[in-house]
Design a protein around this ligand. Structure first.
Ligand SMILES: C[S@@+](CC[C@H](N)C(=O)[O-])C[C@H]1O[C@@H](n2cnc3c(N)ncnc32)[C@H](O)[C@@H]1O
Length: 288
């Protein structure tokens, strides 16, 4: 798979049904964890939010909707970060209606450059706790746990929150079966296994920077009408460039096999996700 997110900014929202489901589930889980901690030992709700790999702003919007539904004040600061300028533009436009102070930032969210760009923008007072949210972006990093530890974690102070959701390697089994049936190579992005994100070894890797709060998996597939419908999803969300790497004949074969797979089982664009909620540790809390 190759990236073409900028070019897909205008088609993303109509095609991103699984992403919308993932964003709303991530927000529900983050809300649950944060609400359980608020009021205990003086913990207050975060009012500075950074959305990494914001795309068109689905997860930031879901967070604001949650706050509104719960009668809570909107954040004092909302930072929308993506490497595709067209996506940032779209997210800023979408969030404008909310009238909470927001800013878009075009930067590689997986690199030190993100810390350098964002630190000067962040409200310095500890009384304004921060939340890093990210849905469906971290799978584009070859080292997602390293990004959490060495980039996103550096923007959080002790006790502050991080909530991420990532599509995992149980996704697209239907397409992989069709590719095998059609005897074609897969160009799908290698998605991380759930265990590699939230299993014991992953938690231990994260333990020198974060306290584990909660995590889990969910299915967020959506119905599709046909093989074409299934395949077009990837172009419309920008996860694939316009030109196919398959010949016309190969594509016809793939569509036939995929249609067979879809009619034999659930006719679904089969997404599965892994999520986690973490809190930043202070240096004195890091296990010896
Ligand atoms: C599938 S979209 C998800 C967008 C949004 N978070 C959502 O839930 O709908 C992935 C987004 O991650 C962005 N992205 C991928 N790699 C990135 C990187 N290294 N830095 C910043 N953004 C990145 C892409 O540009 C794209 O907008």
């Amino acid at each position: 798979m190759t990236l073409s997110f900028g070019a897909a900014a205008s088609t993303y929202d109509t095609a991103a049904r699984p992403q919308r489901l993932a964003a709303s589930r991530l927000v529900a889980e983050a809300w649950h964890s944060i609400s359980a901690a608020c009021g205990v030992d003086g913990v207050v709700r975060p009012d500075g939010v950074i959305d990494f790999g914001c795309g068109t702003g689905l997860v930031a919007t879901a967070w604001l909707e949650q706050l509104q539904a719960q009668g809570q004040p909107l954040p004092r600061q909302l930072l929308l970060v993506d490497q595709a300028p067209e996506m940032v533009e779209r997210a800023v436009e979408r969030l404008r209606a909310w009238q909470c102070p927001q800013q878009g930032m075009v930067v590689d969210a997986f690199a030190d450059a993100a810390v350098e760009a964002l630190v000067p923008l962040l409200a310095p007072e500890a009384s304004h706790p921060r939340l890093v949210l990210s849905s469906y972006a971290l799978q584009w990093s070859a080292a997602p746990l390293e990004v959490l530890k060495t980039v996103w974690g550096r923007l959080l102070r002790p006790g502050e929150w991080l909530a991420v959701a990532v599509p995992d390697d149980r996704s697209f089994a239907v397409l992989r079966a069709a590719l095998a049936e059609a005897d074609l190579p897969s160009h799908l992005l290698a998605l991380p296994a759930s265990d590699a994100l939230i299993g014991a070894a992953a938690r231990s890797t994260l333990a020198d920077g974060f306290a584990w709060v909660d995590g889990g998996c969910f299915a967020n597939g959506v119905p599709v009408a046909s093989a074409l419908d299934y395949l077009r999803h990837f172009t419309r969300i920008g996860a694939r460039s316009g030109r196919s790497r398959y010949s016309r004949g190969q594509l016809t074969r793939l569509c036939r096999c995929l249609d067979q797979q879809l009619s034999a089982g659930a006719a679904e664009l089969d997404y599965h996700s892994t999520w986690m909620v973490l809190r930043r540790l202070s240096p004195s809390q890091v296990p010896g």
